[in-house]
Design a protein around this ligand. Structure first.
Ligand code: HEM
Length: 131
C-alpha cells in the first residue's frame, strides 16, 4: 500500500479542500438566512467527503506508521477534528441565535485552518511552532 502514499495523500488533501470549501459556503448561506444551506443533498455530500477524508487519513497513518495518541501532532489533529465537527454543527444547525451560529462558524474556520498548519508542520503547535 506504501506505493499508493502520494495518491492517498492527494485524496486526503482534495477532501480537505472540498470539505473546507463546502463548510465555508454553507456557513455563509446560514448567516445569509438561506435555508438551502441544510438541504439534504448538501448534508449527504458533506458526510461523504468527511468519511473519505477520514478513510484516507487512516490509510496514511498506517503507511507512515505514525498514529494518533502516539504521535502528538496526530493526536492534536484528531482532537481538533472533533472540535471542528462540533463547532460546525452549531454553526450550521444547532446554534439557537445568529450570534451563536456566527461565533461557532468563525471558531470552526479558525480550528480548520490551524489543523492545516499542524498537518503542514507535523508539529502539534502548528504555526506557533516557530515561536
Ligand atoms: C479537518 C481535518 C484535517 C485537515 C484539515 C488535514 C489536513 C492535512 C493536510 C493539508 C495534509 C498535507 C500535509 C503536507 O503534505 O504537507 C495532511 C496530511 C496528513 N494527514 Fe491530515 N488533515 C485532517 C485530518 C486528519 C486526521 C484526523 C488524521 C489522522 C487520523 C490525519 C492524518 C494525516 C497524515 C498521516 C498525513 C500525511 C503526513 C505526511 O505527509 O507524512 N489527517 N492532512
Amino acid at each position: 500500500m506504501a506505493a499508493w502514499f502520494l495518491q492517498i495523500l492527494w485524496i486526503h488533501v482534495g477532501c480537505v479542500i472540498a470539505s473546507g470549501s463546502l463548510f465555508f459556503t454553507r456557513g455563509c448561506m446560514v448567516l445569509a438566512g438561506w435555508r438551502a444551506a441544510n438541504h439534504t443533498a448538501l448534508r449527504w455530500i458533506s458526510v461523504l467527503i468527511d468519511m473519505l477524508l477520514l478513510a484516507a487519513a487512516i490509510a496514511l497513518t498506517t503507511i507512515i506508521h505514525q498514529y494518533p495518541f502516539v504521535q502528538a501532532w496526530l493526536t492534536v489533529k484528531v482532537v481538533l477534528l472533533v472540535a471542528y465537527i462540533v463547532l460546525g454543527t452549531f454553526a450550521l444547525k444547532r446554534g439557537r441565535t445568529r450570534a451563536v451560529r456566527a461565533t461557532c462558524f468563525v471558531a470552526a474556520v479558525v480550528v480548520f485552518l490551524f489543523i492545516v498548519t499542524v498537518a503542514r508542520t507535523q508539529n502539534p503547535f502548528g504555526l506557533f511552532a516557530q515561536l
